[in-house]
Design a protein around this ligand. Structure first.
Ligand code: PLP
Length: 431
């Protein structure tokens, strides 16, 4: 199985953290998001431990909550010692409501509104990651209005082209995120920040993309960013104490994904950090990384009930489910790959080639095409694996479908962490 929290139990059913998924579907209905608390905690611990091992605890992992933001996930990752990254007033509000201290929150985003920046400053957010020159001026102005000093860092575009899907690459020059390093803009932004009265520049940040399955781009990014820190020290006489190297670590969507163990990333990147600091005469800054997907993706699965089956000879077999792009838009967005299986017959061979179709009024509303599953019948339970990241957080009410509930499982027990929507919820804001 592609995640340690999954197994086929003695009944031949898919089980997650000791819970039979067919029973979960019966108890809570479908579609249903299921998250393993055990797996989320296991991954968090492995990140925290590797910070101890490779940086002596000087810095910490930050959970990028865009991957899955809800109060219970925020509570769990914070209780494991991770900081939180938020990218909107809504994610910030969720984290605060979950009781995560504002100083442990890092506010990202390429176009934060004045209202969001005010909210962050009023809440005492520990790190506003400034993405542009105009935002720098806006943060200065709003901090001044609040008679305070905003804690900031600068998001730098390091000019690194990670090999991943076009929509999730962010480190190269043609990206809407960050301030360009190569043209000298990043140095200029540091210079300007240091001259402002109402911001305190803590450090620099970069993020090169998502679902990256190689170590090399991360090592390269660390080297480039440390060289920039050295340049700042040399030219401006300031040694910045924080370096956030972003997230993007790849996970297993299918057996073919060659995801690198987190420890290997940490070992390779920390070796470069130590080497460069030594060579450039820098004290080691506090190091941060910002994983989102890798914290929650493999902890999650989605359960559906199989509906109509349309076999078109020589073309494809449509297997329809009671979900679709409204609760998982990733295939429709960028042909994301997934592993699918029938949860009630997980032990049987997957010798039927199916196109899993959602129920929305779009031909592109597919979850996967031409994928092997067990021979399906109406009423079977279909499981899609590795849906913990960028599924619930990307869900919509398209076609006025209801966002499904989310159940958290741990050691054979289950509990609701997000209630399913009702029809009343759908019309709540309609006038
Ligand atoms: C700034 C920033 N940090 C962290 C992440 C998390 O990336 P991932 O979920 O791939 O780890 C993202 C995602 O795109 C991001 O934009």
């Amino acid at each position: 199985m592609i995640s340690p929290c999954l197994e086929v139990n003695e009944r031949g059913h898919l089980a997650i953290s000791g819970c039979d998924t067919v029973e979960l579907a019966g108890q809570y209905g479908t579609p249903l998001y299921v998250m393993s608390e055990d797996e989320v905690r296991r991954v968090c611990r492995s990140y925290v431990q590797s910070f101890q091992k490779f940086y002596g605890g000087h810095g910490c992992p930050i959970y990028a909550s865009k991957a899955f933001s809800c109060k219970e996930i925020c509570r769990i990752v914070a209780s494991e010692g991770l900081d939180l990254e938020v990218v909107s007033g809504g994610e910030l509000y969720t984290a605060l409501q979950a009781g995560v201290a504002a100083e442990r929150e890092h506010f990202q985003g390429n176009n934060k509104s004045a209202g969001e920046i005010s909210f962050a400053i009023e809440s005492g957010v520990g790190d506003i990651v400034v993405d542009s020159f105009s935002e720098l001026q806006m943060v200065e102005r709003i901090a001044e209005e609040h008679n305070t000093t905003a804690q900031i860092s600068l998001r730098v575009k390091p000019g690194i082209d990670a090999h991943t899907h076009d929509f999730i690459r962010t480190g190269q020059i043609d990206s809407k995120f960050g301030i360009d390093l190569v043209s000298g803009e990043a140095m200029e932004a540091v210079r300007q920040s240091l001259g402002l009265e109402h911001v305190h520049l803590k450090g620099l940040h970069c993020h090169i993309g998502s679902q990256i399955l190689e170590v090399e781009p991360f090592v390269h990014a660390a080297a480039v960013m440390l060289e920039l820190l050295a340049k700042v020290k040399e030219e401006l006489g300031v040694e910045l104490g924080h370096l956030n190297l972003g997230g993007g670590f790849g996970v297993h969507y299918t057996e073919q994904d060659n995801a690198v163990p987190y420890e290997d990333y940490m070992a390779a990147v920390s070796a470069m950090v130590h080497e460069k600091c030594e060579k450039l005469g820098l004290s080691q800054p506090k190091i941060y990384i910002e994983p989102g997907r890798s914290v929650v993706a493999e902890a999650g699965i989605t359960l559906y009930t199989v509906g109509t089956i349309k076999e078109i000879p020589g073309v494809r077999n449509f297997v329809s489910i009671d979900g679709g792009m409204f609760e998982n838009p990733r295939y429709a967005l960028y042909q994301a790959e997934y592993t699918c299986l029938l949860a009630n017959r997980a032990g049987e061979p997957a010798d039927y080639i199916a196109t899993i179709a959602g129920k929305c009024c779009e031909s592109g509303d597919l979850i996967q095409e031409h994928t092997p599953i067990q021979r399906p019948e109406m009423g079977n339970i279909l499981a899609v694996l590795t849906t913990g990241a960028y599924n619930y957080s990307m869900a919509s009410n398209y076609n006025r479908n209801l966002k499904p509930p989310c159940v958290m499982v741990s050691q054979g027990e289950s509990r609701i962490i997000i209630k399913g929507e009702t029809y009343e919820d759908l019309v709540r804001n309609d006038v």
